[in-house]
Design a protein around this ligand. Structure first.
Ligand code: ADP
Ligand code: MG
Length: 137
């Protein structure tokens, strides 16, 4: 069993597709081990995306991630990390495969509906950023 962190980003929350996205996970063998809707502070978003702090899009990414509430979840299952990345689709929704979350719900590379951890190491750090062990089951 593996765990990964998912974020439903402000664009998808504003569109009212939280349930539809969580259903993609549950329908594809990923258990929702923890979940919370919350408003990120600027400090939260800057710390969460610290690995991207030198990228030219960092400022826009932080502004976008605090533009409205998000839903953070821990997904659990066999190969949860890669499975979630497959369900998400490519970072740029224009390149995302048909039937993926980003192809179906995202507008553009800035407002791309979901985040998913990209490595086991980052998943552990990202899960601990949002949840204590007693909130995960
Ligand atoms: P992913 O979310 O697919 O793991 P990255 O980790 O590379 O993608 O980037 C983090 C987020 O930063 C992306 O989801 C996207 O919202 C934003 N981003 C990435 N690349 C660009 C870009 N070239 N222009 C604008 N925003 C970008
Ligand atoms: Mg990433």
């Amino acid at each position: 069993m593996e765990r990964t962190l998912s974020i439903i980003k402000p664009d998808a929350v504003a569109k009212g597709v939280i349930g539809k996205i969580l259903d993609r996970f549950e329908s594809n063998g990923l258990k929702i081990a923890a979940t919370r809707k919350m408003q990120l502070s600027r400090a939260d978003a800057e710390a969460f995306y610290a690995v991207h702090s030198e990228r030219p899009f960092f400022g826009d990414l932080v502004d976008f991630m605090i533009s409205g509430p998000v839903v953070v979840s821990v997904l659990e299952g066999e190969n949860a990390l890669i499975k979630n990345r497959q369900l998400m689709g490519a970072t740029n929704p224009k390149e995302a495969e048909a039937g993926t979350i980003r192809a179906d719900f995202a507008e553009n590379i800035d407002a791309n509906a979901v985040h998913g951890s990209d490595s086991a190491e980052n998943a552990a750090v990202e899960i601990a950023f949002f949840f204590s062990e007693r909130e995960i089951s």
